[in-house]
Design a protein around this ligand. Sequence first.
Ligand SMILES: [Zn+2]
Length: 335
Amino acid sequence: MQKKLSITNLAVTILGGIALLITNTNSSGAAAGGDMNDDFGITKWKDGKKAVFMLEFDDSCVSHVKTAIPELVKRSMVGTFYINPGNGPYQSQKEAWEKKIPKMEGIVYANHTYKHKGAPSVEVLDEELALCNEAINKCFPNMKQPRLISFGQPGGVPWEISNEEKNKLLAKYNLIDRPPFFGYPFHLKTREDVLKLVDTAIEKGEMRHIDFHGVGADWHVTPTDIYIDLLDKLEANRDIVWITDPVSYHQYLTERNASELTVESKTANSVTFNLVCKTDSELYDLPLTIYAKIPAKWKSFTVTQNGAKVSSSISDGKLLFDVAPVNSKIVIKRQ
Ligand SMILES: [Zn+2]
């Protein structure tokens, strides 16, 4: 048995290792959780990162403009701001929210309703969602419309409508409900609790997120030094943690679960994959990351998706590259 195995391995080597690429013709790594032990597949998270972390900020607090955003921008880190454009704090920093901040890379706006009134009726919530989306689109006139926008339900206000009614309105405005509110000082009581969340995300290989209100001021305040420690910890783990926004997380997860990657054909110097992706490509347009083991003797190669060149990199002996989440042929060709 031992001997037989090594003969097989030898044969594989002699054939240039191509077989490594095609041994797994089942569905992509998606179903298997993107395990990097597979020979090819869709990585569990974008860019082959181990875990996901999201920073979310509610109520358009003045301290977001003064503290939270500058600290994110300093680190080119993504943060998502659930704004209430009809409320006082936003209005007092209108110029910043509408002109300056939208130009800063990584800052994402999300819908927390126009005036944080809650949902005393379907009609009121309908208007609150529409006005907030309109304000967000005014801040980002160059972003495509329609597109998915994250929704964070305002807390501490009347909520008289059913989940079904809420979901109908969210669908009407292409809003994606975010993961349940989780933050300091409610669920996380200490600095250690806050920092540990990053470790938990990495250990589990899953998404964790923190929702903030005030940072160093305003209400339900997270002390600035704890906030900075968190950002520094994320910065230190950047190569393994995908720091992103709730829409990108939702898109990646949805696309990955709706995709299948199989080997369609192979030659001595190329492999053709077939990608089937069942999501709506207008709203689900975040690239998926593919990994594929390449024979060691392939020193130079090209990757194309439906004929268009795709850039790639080598990580842990595997080729990594992004593709559009659409039905397509992906070809890796030795040069
Ligand atoms: Zn709120």
